[in-house]
Ligand binder design. Sequence first.
Ligand code: GLN
Length: 485
Amino acid sequence: MNPTDATLIELRDAIAEKKVSAVEITRTYLDRIEKHNGALNVYHEVYADRALDRAGQVDLGEVTGALAGVPIAIKDLLCTDYGHTTCSSKMLANFQAPYTATAVRKLEDAGAVILGKTNMDEFAMGSSTENSACGTTLNPWDTSRVPGGSSGGSAAAMAAGLCAASIGTDTGGSIRQPAALCGVVGMKPTYGRISRYGLVAFASSLDQVGPFTRTVADTALLLKIMMGQDALDSTSASVPVPEDVDRVDETPKGFRIGIAKQYMSDANDPAVAAATQQAIQVYKDHGATIVEVDLPHTEYGIPVYYIVATAEASSNLARYDGVHYGHRTDKPGDLIDLYCRSRAEGFGDEVKRRIMLGTYALSSGYYDAYYNRALKVRRLISNDFDTAFESCDAILCPTTTGPAFKIGEMSDDPLSMYLNDVYTVNCNLAGNVGITLPAGTTKVDGRDLPIGVQLLGPAFDEARLLRIARVFEAATDHHRARPPV
Ligand code: GLN
């Protein structure tokens, strides 16, 4: 078995059956990180000693659980009480969190070995991982291209075999878009399904933790472990986690796949359109009824998202004042000067842009015109989904309009960068479930680049969506494609 090619479940089972030691597995990944991280810039920090210690405890039987010995990478905005939590920002360059995020703690309680923290767009604001104070992460399929973002480091680590699974966050698409551009499975669970305790807040009504894996079954296992109500996060949902959420091979009987014309735009890359059509055919061939659904307010998703998310960000990021924690300027003249210069020096351009946009949208003269109106349209978008899910079990659509773009191609044009999220943000606005699956590759400039298809499902229906996703995965070989690393 090649550990860098194996699924998380295969690795877990091989360790449990003592076919391979956890230390050996961890070493293999650490060696690969050593070899490739310099070129790809995926990890900020690698906890080699800690990881080997944990793996040793697994081999001695001192650490057990459903993930015993499995090496996992964490996006660098989930707090850990070891190492640094930087959010790829100069503001938090030296920040050491005093506690560990619930999602990470649950993984560790299940025996996972945390390898390190991965690169991201600063405070999760971006779609390319170019907005990072730690440099851009490169796409392992073609290093002249971005891995997507904001969880680009976690997606690239997964694609390049530098971990057995990784964790990211998705506020407007930051798991699904990079997963699609790196050719791996990525899922955003229902809002409130996984605790946000210890997740550095960007937009609190949208942020959600989720996994990157090679397979649907691996995603289901990680969800089963991470989901559930948490007394430390009052927005975490009290809906019980279904015991059978990981039984992904139980194909739902007579399921219906919805197709919305609003997602089948002529602007889609022909390879994306073809992959989506192929997925429709796979579902037809496997017993699904295909139904047309209408999501009439889809086009308002991007403007609504960029008002709601920036408004919440402007409020959440007010805490970085140079006093409580984070970067503090040298020799401030007075208190106001300390606030202003600490923030001016600590934040990057995109974060400043979002704070200004959000502050504007919330200011007294414009609150009703922008923020309040955006909330009303958010409700309409959510209602569209509720109506659509009366006639289908999942909506099938592209994850992105095209494959990975070139580094620098959009970095001077924030609006085109924002348009990257056109097929992902509405799911966050509605609080629903979304998953992207590898759906083949397309040749661009002589390189194979991955493409994803997305399935959107109703809130709290993870179990069914995973089973529907598994039907496509089982019928295709796309999840076996690997980048040339
Ligand atoms: N690309 C989107 C943004 O920049 C989504 C980010 C995210 O999901 N964290 O806001």
